[in-house]
Write a protein that binds this ligand. Structure first.
Ligand code: NAD
Length: 432
């Protein structure tokens, strides 16, 4: 099978590597020349655990190639996967569809033989119809079907999720396209459930899932606020809730609010789509507002830790939007840092993978530490903003000796507060 992937980012690249490892001939197409050049030279353009080794293997075997030429990728392809970005539109905040439509228009002219165009980008309901009509307009002779193939991978676990998906959802309106997708995912057939649904249902499943997960996070964060007032402990409460199989124990970690390239934009797009259809989705709207307000609240909690100190220096552990990734898009950590900077805070920060991406956003407004230890040197408080598990290995009791004041605010509930209090720390966490 020959596959083209249009868009070689956090979704396109791991998907390309995964599909190539099945023995398919995969060509990844991207407009970004620098990106393509790096990949052609064997350099990864993003961090994902385990991606490097498999990338090296499939490129060496000649199974995965990179190009800026749509023609090179699409001609002779059996399946063309769209994985371009759908960021929020700068004005309307709806999903910005210009990249999907531009890609559809360009690829249409190179379709040869029966081709399935599979949309992995997260797109509003009805986009499949639109892509179909764009392709027909450009190339009336083209023999093709458009299917929706929503992506559910988690950044930081992209390869694991590619090989072990909870489900593969395919929104196909023809049996012919369905058969092609069944063949494409044949190597995962005994590992996962394939769900074939109407195209519009598949498009909806993606938004419905992300909005639900975002609400789950916001729910546990509101419950954490409640626990703080009521004298309960959110970690204990979440554990007790999670043991109920109807609820499940995932996405019940209270924290500084959700972020990343998906939840913020997808909840917003879902709410706006619903509005267009005249459906009032109050839960989603409230989630968006509450999550936004939470970042400011978190910044205020950090400042409250040092409100008795003039020109306090704040150490920050974590800049990525979550552990396991270098992605800082809509990172709660960056939003919190920005709020702190608005209050003229003096900040030194460390992240295992996201420092370079954070530097592109924050420039020289903060200091970047080369090691996590440096974040404790001469600082008055350290704030934990990303849940990197390696932070747990730090000997904070010892590092506290280097601080001006031993204060730690743990917005990811990583540390054992009792132990830190025993060695003289003022320690604050979420939900207690
Ligand atoms: P990304 O920004 O990392 O990558 C998109 C790539 O598409 C970029 O490299 C860009 O240069 C390229 N591109 C844009 N227009 C192009 C064109 N016309 N031709 C060729 N290349 C083009 O985006 P991403 O995070 O990989 O997300 C892609 C889509 O997948 C989005 O719709 C997103 O919502 C969805 N999604 C993302 C994730 C995630 O965790 N990142 C998970 C599930 C779904």
């Amino acid at each position: 099978m020959k596959i083209a992937i249009v868009g070689t980012g956090y979704v396109g690249l791991p998907s390309g590597v995964g599909l190539a490892s099945f023995g398919y001939d995969v060509v990844c197409v991207d407009k970004d020349e620098t990106k393509v050049q790096m990949l052609q030279n064997g350099k990864l353009t993003l961090y994902e655990d385990g991606l490097g080794e498999l990338f090296e293997k499939v490129t060496k075997d000649g199974k995965l190639k990179f190009t800026t030429s749509m023609k090179e990728g699409v001609q002779d392809a059996d399946v063309v996967i769209l994985a371009v970005g759908t960021p929020p539109h700068p004005e309307t905040k709806e999903a910005d569809m210009r990249y999907v439509y531009a890609a559809a228009e360009e690829l249409a002219q190179y379709i040869t033989g029966y081709t399935v165009i599979a949309d992995k980008s997260t797109v509003p309901v009805g986009t499949g119809d639109m892509v179909e009509s764009i392709i027909k307009k450009v190339n009336s002779q083209a023999d093709f079907d458009v299917v929706s193939l929503p992506e559910f991978l988690r950044e930081g676990y992209a390869l694991y999720d590619f090989f072990n998906p909870d489900r593969v959802v395919v929104g196909a309106n023809t049996k012919r396209a369905e058969d092609v997708l069944r063949k494409l995912y044949e190597p995962l057939a005994n590992k996962t459930q394939m769900l074939f649904v109407k195209r519009k249902s598949a498009e909806t499943i993606k938004y419905a899932s992300n909005a639900f997960l975002a609400m789950k996070i916001h729910y546990i964060n509101e419950m954490a606020n409640f626990c703080e007032k009521a004298g309960a402990d959110i970690d204990e409460v979440a554990k007790g809730m999670g043991l109920d199989k109807r609820i499940g124990n995932r996405f019940l970690n209270a924290g500084p609010g959700y972020g990343g390239s998906c939840f913020p934009k997808d909840t917003m797009a879902m709410a706006l789509m619903a509005q267009k259809f005249g459906v009032d989705m109050t839960l989603i709207k409230r989630t968006i507002e509450g999550n936004k307000a939470r970042k400011k609240d978190m910044a205020e909690r950090i400042l409250a830790m040092v409100n008795d100190i003039k020109d306090a220096k704040i150490g920050v552990l974590g800049l990525a939007f979550k552990d396991g990734t270098d992605d800082v898009r809509e990172s709660p950590a960056l939003e919190i840092v920005s709020h702190l900077l608005d209050k003229n805070a003096n900040i030194v920060a460390f992240d295992y993978k996201a420092t370079e991406n954070a530097r592109k956003v924050l420039g020289s407004k903060i200091e970047y530490a080369a090691t996590p230890d440096k974040v404790f040197e001469n600082t008055d408080v350290v704030a934990v903003l990303t849940e990197w598990s390696d932070f747990k290995k730090l000997d904070v009791a010892d590092l506290g000796q280097k601080m001006c004041h031993k204060r730690l605010i743990d917005l990811r509930n990583l540390f054992d507060g009792d132990k830190l209090k025993q060695v003289g720390f003022i320690y604050k966490k979420i939900g207690i």
